[in-house]
Structure formats: structure tokens, C-alpha cells
Design a protein around this ligand. Structure first.
Ligand SMILES: [Zn+2]
Length: 316
């Protein structure tokens, strides 16, 4: 199936369908995502593949989600800066907000704050100083093979030996502002996609950034879903295994239903587990009726005609 066909088919998916659809995410992984480009496996980070930026974008296309970003900036001491970004994912066909993710990044993070400094040649400015071999008189040499000028310096020359080496602070944090902003944005986006699609069963967030394109040598298959749909459904109803975006709506629906029908919430949940389809139909109708603004369309409602008669006492 092409990416376009997948996207078209999922055009009318409701939030709960998106969230419950581990199978679809796997299908997307298999058919339109490539290991190393859209997701990667980082050695030492467990079995779950890491969702990379292009993969998060691909899942957004598939589920018709459009990201918007709310950026907060904090100025820190000595020119350092931190960005905190909230990424909101809106379902394009219905205009519903499906959920959010957060990401932050700061120039104080060690990979932006420091650089690996090497001895710099006082003559040409290149970081190409090496220890001169004893048989050539020792001392220090600005090595031509590293782009140096060939200058030689005495053993003990403070112009060479007093230089900071290794981990040194970048002189101007402002050089990193744009990089850090992009990184925070990426983190927020990936977090939002993992939350909204419930794909965190399949993917982990990038632990160490800058892995894009990196391949591991071990062949592996796409991760298998760890839960069957019944378990996922039960967790949704119990509001345990679903993302932040969905829980309040479901909880409110269950609470209202219990109140209206003078049942306990536990009883409603129990019936939901017995009559899944009916439950979702009722929930969809409820979402439609409680939509707050025009254009706030409900997810598609499917007919409940095939519910057997003995289920008629189900309160939704
Ligand atoms: Zn030099």
C-alpha cells in the first residue's frame, strides 16, 4: 500500500482509533519507513527502536496530524539560553487537538557547552600541534598533514603547553542558539507523536541526539506489539495505558454515563469491556454532542445496528 493510500484510508480515523492502532504503526514502519532514516536502533538503548525526526513526520502524515509549536525562551547566565517547546498535534480532518508533547534544550547541555579543544598553533591558528618525535629533536610541531604550517616549538614553550585542552567551554553560546532551538523542537515533536499515537509501545525517544542516519549492524525486525487489542482496550477504559490527551475525555464520558444511569463507574467500565463496539459508538456520539465549537467535528460514528438485543441495557 502506498503512503498516500494509507493516509487516505486513515483520513477519518478517530483519536481512539489512532491511539489503539499499534498494528497500523507497524504497517507504516514496514511499508513506508526505513530503518536508519525514520527510526534507528541505538546499541545499549534496549530493544525498542528510536523514533527519529523523519519517522515522526511520517507518522504525522499517516495519521493526518499537523504540529504547531509554542516556544518559551529562558535567558541564563553568561549568554546561555534554554528553549522549552510544547508541540500540539491537531487532527487535520476534524480539527481536534489530539495531544501534546514537550521538549527542551539548552546551550548548557554538555554537547553544546563544550567542545573538544586541541593545541592551537600560535603561528597559523590551526589546531594541528603534535608532539615532535624525539629523534627529530622533540618539542612541538605544527603538523602539515593536519593542515599545519610546519612551525616548530621548544619543549616547555608556554605558548603551547599553557593552552587548555580537551573539554573547553565554547566562547560564545549564541553560536548554538539555532541548533539548540531546532533540537528542542525535534524533541517536542517526537514526544508528541509518541504520546498521541501511543507508539511508545513500539518506539523510544532518541536518548542521544544526532543519531540520524546511523545504522546498527544487527538486522532486526520491526518491534512486535507487546499487547493484544483486548488488553489495550481494557487499559484505555481503565485509563491506564493511554496517552494524556485521551484520558480526560474517556474518564469524563464514563463518569457522566455512570451518573446519568445511576451506575457505578466500575459497572460502566465492566460493561464497556463486554460491549466494545457499543461503547465506542456511545463515546463518539458523546464527543459529537459535546463538541465545543463549530467545526469541532466528532470522530466518525458507526452504526450500532448489529448490537444484539440482550445488550439493550448497556447505558451508552
Ligand atoms: Zn602552524
Amino acid at each position: 500500500m502506498t503512503e498516500q493510500a494509507l493516509a487516505k484510508r486513515e483520513d477519518r480515523m478517530s483519536l481512539e482509533e489512532v491511539k489503539g492502532n499499534v498494528g497500523l504503526i507497524q504497517q507504516v514502519m514496514k511499508e513506508v519507513m526505513h530503518k536508519g532514516e525514520h527510526y534507528g536502533v541505538i546499541p545499549g538503548c534496549g530493544d525498542k527502536p528510536t523514533l527519529l525526526k523523519p519517522g515522526a513526520e511520517k507518522l504525522c502524515t499517516t495519521f493526518r496530524l499537523s504540529p504547531t509549536y509554542d516556544i518559551s525562551k529562558t535567558e541564563l547566565d553568561r549568554g546561555h539560553r534554554e528553549y522549552e517547546i510544547v508541540c500540539t498535534l491537531t487532527h487535520i480532518p476534524t480539527g481536534q487537538v489530539f495531544g501534546q508533547g514537550v521538549g527542551s534544550c539548552s546551550t548548557m547541555e554538555s554537547k553544546y557547552r563544550y567542545r573538544d579543544a586541541r593545541r592551537k598553533c600560535p603561528e597559523c591558528g590551526n589546531e594541528s600541534i603534535i608532539k615532535g618525535k624525539a629523534e627529530y629533536g622533540g618539542g612541538w610541531l605544527c603538523w602539515a598533514k593536519k593542515g599545519g604550517c610546519g612551525a616548530k616549538f621548544e619543549e616547555g614553550d608556554p605558548a603551547i603547553e599553557d593552552q587548555d585542552q580537551g573539554k573547553v567551554e565554547n566562547p560564545d553560546p549564541a553560536d548554538q542558539y539555532n541548533t539548540v532551538l531546532k533540537m528542542a523542537k525535534k524533541r517536542a515533536h517526537v514526544d508528541a507523536v509518541l504520546t498521541v499515537t501511543a507508539a511508545s509501545d513500539l518506539f523510544t525517544q532518541d536518548i542521544e541526539d544526532g543519531m540520524n542516519g546511523r545504522e546498527d549492524s544487527q538486522p532486526r525486525q520491526a518491534a512486535k506489539p507487546q499487547k493484544d487489542t483486548d488488553t489495550l482496550f481494557e487499559e484505555m477504559v481503565q485509563a491506564k495505558g493511554i496517552g494524556d490527551a485521551m484520558s480526560p475525555y474517556l474518564a469524563e464520558f464514563i463518569r457522566e454515563t455512570a451518573e446519568t444511569h445511576e451506575k457505578t463507574e466500575e459497572a460502566v467500565k465492566k460493561q464497556a469491556l463486554q460491549h466494545k463496539k457499543r461503547f465506542w459508538d456511545g463515546f463518539n456520539t458523546w464527543v459529537k454532542n459535546t463538541a465545543s465549537s463549530p467545526g469541532d467535528e466528532a470522530p466518525p460514528v458507526t452504526g450500532a445496528d448489529d448490537i444484539p438485543l440482550e445488550d439493550a441495557d448497556v447505558p451508552y
